[in-house]
Design a protein around this ligand. Structure first.
Ligand code: SF4
Ligand code: MG
Length: 332
């Protein structure tokens, strides 16, 4: 398996006043394998969109590095930047706001091709737009219409077609279905899965809850207040969630089977998410954690692999065998 993207100890802090910093992303590390779907999950303000923007090169990290195929994407020269911008594309949350209402579908989808000088011939570009429309379940008759003539789901398909126009390798989908009717969410997710297979894409799928991410992700990272708190395969996260925050997120997903739903304990978190400008000391989740212990107030839990491919940052697992192994290794 090839790591296509590596995020190493990345921080993104914004100055929001004199000496006041908003720690949107605070020492986050993970990688994404080529061809996989990586789900990044957390409530609003957890830093997941900021992480997406760092990967898009819309932000410079305050500290740490983002590598794409081994190259630091924030240190590229102009030519490399242009090539990189072609490989990485984004699908946005709001299919209403992300399409220019005064442009036809044809213009919207060909714009990136014009910017990148692909298909200088207008007729070739037109043909390419027809192909892309078919790829996303629309057709050439839609090319001369305007965004307002389409439903939310169709508009998101247009946004997806635009994201594919430059034949990208890596797609960041930032809550691509949360603005859509529940009835069309699954259709859009199935479309993304189909396109991923056909075009061998790697996906970063950003979402605020685990319900849909569960079905499409190979691995999932859970974020809270700028920190990554747990990361493992999608199936393992559902079978064996270790972080109290992950457990709460999972317990919030409705289960269609009423027999299980009735017996299940729902974990309700107390209080609100604290401000990222003034996060709690120690573990950032401690003010809402039902399992907090003394040490949580003073010490930031370390990010550790406590079983194979299962990372968690929580003091409850300090004495886990996997942790001891590491302690033994470091003490020589
Ligand atoms: Fe809860 Fe402490 Fe674990 Fe944080 S470190 S999640 S406060 S038990
Ligand atoms: Mg967001």
């Amino acid at each position: 398996i090839n790591k296509v993207l590596e995020i190493n100890h990345v921080k993104k802090h914004f100055e929001v006043g004199k000496g006041a910093w908003l720690k949107a992303v605070d020492n986050v590390s993970f990688h994404i394998n080529e061809g996989e779907t990586f789900g990044l999950v957390g409530e609003s303000g957890c830093g997941k969109s900021t992480t997406g923007r760092l990967i898009m090169r819309l932000y410079q990290p305050t500290e740490g590095e983002v590598l794409y195929k081994g190259k630091n994407i924030h240190l590229l020269n102009k030519r490399e930047q242009f090539a990189f911008n072609r490989k990485i594309q984004m699908i946005f949350q709001d299919p209403y706001a992300s399409l220019n209402p005064r442009s036809t579908v044809q213009e919207i989808i060909s714009e990136p091709m014009e910017v990148h000088g692909l298909f200088k011939n207008k007729e070739e570009r037109r043909q390419r737009v027809y192909e892309l429309l078919e790829d996303v379940g629309l057709n050439r008759e839609h090319a001369n219409r305007y965004p307002h003539e389409f439903s939310g789901g169709q508009r998101q398909r247009i946004g997806i077609a635009r994201s594919l126009a430059l034949d990208p390798e890596f797609i960041i989908a930032d809550e691509p279905i949360s603005a859509l009717d529940v009835s069309v969410q699954a259709q859009v997710v199935n479309l993304l899965k189909k396109l991923q297979k056909e075009k061998k894409l790697t996906f970063l799928f950003i979402a605020h809850d685990l319900s849909m991410v569960k079905h499409i992700s190979d691995r999932i990272g859970v974020m809270y207040l700028g920190h990554l708190v747990e990361l493992t395969s999608s199936s393992n996260l559902y079978k064996n969630p270790l972080h109290p925050y992950t457990q709460a997120l999972l317990s919030a997903i409705p289960i269609p089977d009423p027999e299980i739903e009735d017996k299940r304990e729902r974990i309700i978190l107390k209080g609100e998410i604290p401000s990222p400008i003034n996060p709690p000391s120690g573990c950032v989740f401690r003010t809402r954690c039902p399992a907090a212990i003394d040490i949580c107030q003073s010490k930031i839990p370390e990010w550790k692999e406590i079983e194979e491919e299962h990372f968690v940052a929580c003091h409850l697992y300090n004495n886990h065998p996997g942790m001891n192994k590491e302690a033994l290794l470091t003490s020589g």
